[in-house]
Ligand binder design. Structure first.
Ligand code: APR
Ligand code: PHB
Length: 394
C-alpha cells in the first residue's frame, strides 16, 4: 500500500487530521489498534473552544454539534460554600464555549470518514513506524495473520499518550516534561438532568468536584479521589453521597441521582514532549502532550495541532514549501505551553493538596477570594477558559 500521509491512531486527532487532509485533496490511511466500538467507548471531556468548533465546521462535520451541542456563556466556581459565576461572554467580549462530548465528536468524524469511503484499518496489531529519518518512511502492522506495509511521505503520530510514535523517537532527540498529580478524577455518567444549566467547578476541603453535562437529560460528574482508590470501591450511592457533601446546599438539594452508565478513574498529568517533529514523523494531540482535565483543554489543543499539521502538509504538496513543516513543532509548542500553564494553575487552585500542609488550603481560599473580586482576576480565568486567540502574543 502507498499513501501520502500514514496516520497512526483514530482518536479525535487522527480522524480530524484525516478529514482536513481529505478536504485538501491529500491521501491518507489511518491505522488504529483498537476497534471502532472500543474507541467510541472512551468517555472524555466535552468542552469545545471556538477554535475547535470552527475546525470541525471546516472539516465538514459540525452539523450535529450545532444542533445538539449546548452553548455556554459562563460557568460557576464554588468555594467556601458560595458559588461565583464566571461570565465568559461578558469578560471576553462575546466569546462562549460549546458543551459537546468528545465521544460525539469522534462519532461524527468516524461517520464522515466512512461516508467519504476513506481507508481506516482498525484492530491493527503490532503497529511499527520505520525510516522516518529518510524521505521514504513506512508503517507496518499485523492483521488477519499477515504483515502489511504502508509506504508514505510522512507519518502523523496521533496515537495518544501510550502510542508507538513517541516511543519510537530517538531518546537522544526527545525531551519530556512531566508532572503527575497525587490524585485522580472519578467520573460518573448518568441519564439524569444536570444539577445546573452551566458547569460548576468545586473547591471543597473534601476535594475537587465538577458538575458537567452532555444534554438536558444526561449528566457527567467528577470527584477528586486518591490515586490508590479503585472504581469498584465506589458504588453509585457512595458517589452521589460524596458529591452532595461537596456541593452548596442549593445544588445538593437539587441534585437528581440515578444509576451510572459509566464510571472510571483517570489520573491527572501535565506532560509535554519537545520537539513534536522527528524527521518525517510528527506528533499531534495526546501523543505529544497531556493536560489535566480541569481546564478542558485536551481536545482543543489536539485540534490546533492538527490544524497546523494539515496546513503544513497542504503547503508542502500545493505550494512546494517545507516552511510549515519546519515550523510545526515550535508553532504548536507555544500554544501547548500556554494551555499547560492554565490547566496546571486551574488544577492547583481547585484541588485539595492537603498532603502539602494545611497552609495550602488557606492560600487557595485567599487566591480564589482575590480572583472573584478582581476584574482582572476574573478575566484571566475567562480568557484562558474560552481559549487564547491563535495569534496570541504574535
Ligand atoms: N497503533 C495504532 N493505534 C494506536 C496505538 C498504536 N500503537 N497506540 C494508540 N493508538 C490509538 C488509540 O487506540 C487511540 O484510539 O491512538 C488513538 C489515540 O487517541 P486519543 O488517546 O483519543 O488521543 P487524541 O486523538 O490525540 O485525542 C486527544 O483525547 O485524551 C483526550 O484530552 C484528550 O481530548 C483530548 C483527546
Ligand atoms: C466533561 O464534561 O467531561 C468535562 C467538562 C469540563 C472539564 C472536564 C471535563 O473541565
Amino acid at each position: 500500500m502507498r499513501t501520502q500521509i500514514a496516520i497512526i491512531g483514530a482518536g479525535p486527532s487522527g480522524l480530524l487530521l484525516g478529514q482536513l487532509l481529505h478536504k485538501a485533496g491529500i491521501d491518507a490511511i489511518i491505522v488504529e489498534r483498537q476497534s471502532p466500538d472500543y474507541v467510541l467507548g472512551r468517555i472524555r471531556a466535552g468542552v469545545l473552544e471556538q477554535v475547535a468548533i470552527d475546525l470541525l465546521d471546516e472539516a465538514g462535520v459540525g452539523q450535529r454539534m450545532h444542533s445538539e451541542g449546548l452553548v455556554h456563556s459562563g460557568f460557576d466556581m464554588l468555594f467556601n460554600n458560595k458559588r461565583h459565576r464566571i461570565d465568559l461572554e461578558k469578560l471576553t467580549g462575546g466569546k462562549k464555549v460549546m458543551v459537546y462530548g468528545q465521544t460525539e465528536v469522534t462519532r461524527d468524524l468516524m461517520d464522515a470518514r466512512t461516508a467519504a469511503g476513506l481507508p481506516t484499518v482498525y484492530e491493527a496489531a503490532n503497529v511499527q513506524v520505520h525510516d522516518f529519518d529518510t524521505k521514504a518512511p513506512s508503517v507496518t502492522y499485523e492483521k488477519d495473520g499477515l504483515t502489511h506495509t504502508v509506504q508514505c511521505d510522512f507519518i502523523a503520530g496521533c496515537d495518544g499518550f501510550h502510542g508507538v510514535c513517541r516511543a519510537s523517537a530517538p531518546r537522544s532527540a526527545i525531551k519530556e516534561y512531566e508532572k503527575v498529580y497525587p490524585f485522580g478524577w472519578l467520573g460518573l455518567l448518568s441519564d439524569t438532568p444536570p444539577v445546573h444549566h452551566e458547569l460548576i467547578y468545586v473547591n471543597h476541603p473534601r476535594g475537587f468536584a465538577l458538575c458537567s453535562q452532555r444534554s438536558a437529560t444526561r449528566s457527567r460528574y467528577y470527584l477528586q479521589v486518591p490515586l490508590t482508590d479503585k472504581v469498584e470501591q465506589w458504588s453509585d450511592d457512595t458517589f452521589w453521597s460524596e458529591l452532595k457533601l461537596r456541593l452548596d446546599p442549593e445544588a445538593a438539594e437539587k441534585l437528581v441521582t440515578g444509576p451510572s452508565i459509566e464510571k472510571s478513574i483517570a489520573p491527572l498529568r501535565s506532560f509535554v514532549t519537545e520537539p513534536l517533529r522527528f524527521g518525517r514523523m510528527f506528533l499531534a494531540g495526546d501523543a505529544g502532550h497531556i493536560v489535566p482535565p480541569t481546564g478542558a483543554k485536551g481536545l482543543n489543543l489536539a485540534a490546533t495541532d492538527v490544524k497546523y499539521l494539515a496546513s503544513a502538509f497542504a503547503e508542502f504538496y500545493q505550494d512546494n514549501t517545507e516552511a510549515g513543516i519546519d515550523n510545526y513543532s515550535e508553532r504548536c509548542l507555544k500554544r501547548i505551553w500556554r494551555a499547560e500553564r492554565f490547566s496546571w494553575w486551574f488544577t492547583s487552585i481547585m484541588h485539595n493538596f492537603d498532603g502539602e500542609g494545611a497552609i495550602n488550603g488557606k492560600l487557595q481560599q485567599a487566591e480564589l477570594d482575590y480572583l472573584m473580586h478582581s476584574e482582572s482576576g476574573l478575566r484571566t480565568i475567562a480568557e484562558n477558559y474560552v481559549g487564547l486567540p491563535l495569534n496570541f502574543g504574535e
